[in-house]
Design a protein around this ligand. Structure first.
Ligand SMILES: Cc1ncc(COP(=O)(O)O)c(C=O)c1O
Length: 430
């Protein structure tokens, strides 16, 4: 596939670009069951709003105080997005300029730490995301990262070890990041905030919550509410359980003017010049969808995730956290080490039109990220297409046929297409 030379003419390149888009739309857009936990699809109307003149423009600066002319509608849309999101999430400050969740994390680290400080977060097997760890924001900012002690068997923080660690590092600790990438159960924002508040009553440590995966569940009131539990800053993507355009945002409560100013400057001019304005009309539209349909959408997501986990378990798979009810989010984690591991299993599933990703599981060696034991599944996209508990059972049966009974891959791939054929229309929209 990858070649150093290019034998195609300019016209052939044009044809190829068109063909690739058409093939992608057909395959990933209508024939596959997508269980990647970090993706979603926008409604047709939001998608229409995504392509506009805004995609050619700049609006450096803040609403009402720009460095460019021609921005009256950019001002209007950015202002409406921020006000709508404040209302939806109970935030006092919202910044929609970050163009991705990773960039939003970087902005938070840039605003609230300086090189040499210490930050805490979950390591990757415990669900932490690379974007705020040593190779991500923390590394870029020259910070030392200390792991939040985690008990992989019970999916819980080891509070005693956490309190002891806190005493050791409190002089240099500036930020604690909760939230993550493998995210089956709410994180203990309240408990961590309480322990930190007792040890450091001067509020010198920011409790930061990365809501990238669960923003849509929070919007629909079906997951923890991080601001009410003690988080001061929430960063996120806008395209995972929140079914918006690919992008990012940062929100805050109880921040001082100085902290807001640091955050604003970290985003612009720190990290963005042009902030991809064409996202914003779609983001506003999806925010309105979530205000209207978010509760029923998020409820169905969680119910589907539980149903898929149970059905996979009943079909012979090692689903994590059975004793805790498997999941309270959109995600399901499965240990497939006996079937060859996360890499070959996810590849085989993709051949059968079921799209997933290999994933480290709690307690695994962080260095095993290319050969992990697990796969991570997310049901937010199939839910958006209208699938319910019954379809989760059908999906689990397809998993069994393919991976345990070793049925013919082509045959299963066709069955997946047939199932998907019934679910082409995006739901939970106006
Ligand atoms: C917890 C978490 N934070 C941040 C990100 C990065 O988000 P983005 O892809 O929008 O940069 C991800 C990506 O999946 C994630 O899982």
């Amino acid at each position: 596939m990858v070649s150093q030379t290019l034998e195609l003419s300019a016209l052939e390149l044009v044809e190829r670009a068109k063909k690739v888009v058409s093939l992608q739309n057909k395959w990933r857009g209508s024939e596959t069951i997508n269980l990647i936990a970090s993706e979603n699809v926008m409604s047709e109307e939001a998608t229409r709003l995504y392509v506009s003149d805004f995609m050619h423009r700049y609006a450096e600066g803040e609403v009402g105080d720009r460095y460019y002319e021609g921005v009256k509608f950019a001002d209007e849309i950015e202002d409406l997005c921020e006000r709508a999101l404040k209302k939806l999430f109970g935030a006092e400050y919202v910044n929609v300029k970050p163009i991705s969740g990773a960039q939003a994390n970087l902005a938070v680290f840039y605003a609230f730490t300086k090189p040499g400080d210490v930050v805490m977060s979950f390591d990757l097997p415990s669900g932490g995301h690379i974007s705020y760890r040593e190779f991500g924001a923390a590394g870029c900012r020259g910070l030392s990262v200390v792991d939040i002690p985690y008990k992989p068997d019970s999916f819980e923080v080891d509070y005693e070890a956490f309190a002891n660690k806190l005493k050791e590092i409190k002089d240099k600790l500036k930020l604690i990041t909760l939230g993550g990438s493998l995210f089956l159960f709410p994180h203990p924002v309240k408990e961590i905030s309480k322990i930190v508040g007792e040890e450091l009553p001067d509020q010198s440590v920011i409790i930061h919550y990365d809501a990238a995966h669960v923003l849509g569940l929070i919007a629909g009131g079906q997951f923890q509410q991080p601001f009410k539990e003690g988080a001061k800053v929430v960063s996120s993507s806008t395209h995972k359980t929140f079914p918006g355009p690919q992008g990012g945002l940062v929100m805050g409560v109880s921040l001082t003017d100085k902290q807001i100013s640091s955050l604003r400057k970290a985003v612009f001019p720190g990290l963005v010049s042009n902030h991809h304005l064409h996202r914003l009309p779609a983001l506003l539209y999806v925010t309105a969808e979530m205000m209207t349909f978010g509760q029923s959408y998020a409820k169905q997501i969680v119910s589907n995730a539980k149903a898929l986990a149970k059905a996979l378990d009943e079909n012979g798979f090692r689903v994590l956290a059975k004793e805790k009810g498997y999941t309270q989010s959109h995600q399901v984690a499965v240990n497939v080490s006996e079937l060859g591991g996360g890499a070959p299993v996810s590849q085989k599933l993709a051949q059968a039109n079921i799209i997933t990703n290999k994933n480290l599981l709690p307690g695994e060696n962080p260095r095993a990220s290319r050969t992990p034991s697990g796969i991570r599944l997310g049901v937010q996209e199939v839910t958006r297409y209208g699938m319910k508990e019954k379809e989760m059972e059908r999906i689990a049966e397809l998993f069994r046929k393919l991976l345990i009974e070793k049925a013919d891959v082509e045959k299963v791939a066709n069955e997946v297409k047939v199932l998907r054929q019934e679910f082409q229309q995006i739901q939970y929209t106006f």
